[in-house]
Write a protein of this length. Sequence first.
Length: 109
Amino acid sequence: MSQALYRDVIDACNRCASACDHCTAACLEEDNLAMMATCIRLNIQCAAICRLLALYLHHDSQFIAALAKLCRTVCQNCAEECAQHEHAHCQACAEACQACARACEVLPD
């Protein structure tokens, strides 16, 4: 796999992790924290897996395929949860998660 292709996925992972971090922080400021609990949990998990995949891609790890599959799943789940909330930060996060999931699809299985 070319480093140029990895670069696009790494960038998508980093954008997604950043969006998840922002969404987490904004969700913690919302009035109804209980309603945002699942969103917050998924944001934290999604940011972590995106950062890990970016690191593995940077090092051309033998575990990229397995981790990319998991990252796609976590990103899709986070996107679905965030899309349920009308807040701008949740909508932006959902878009970043969807973009990252799509970017992961180009990696080999």
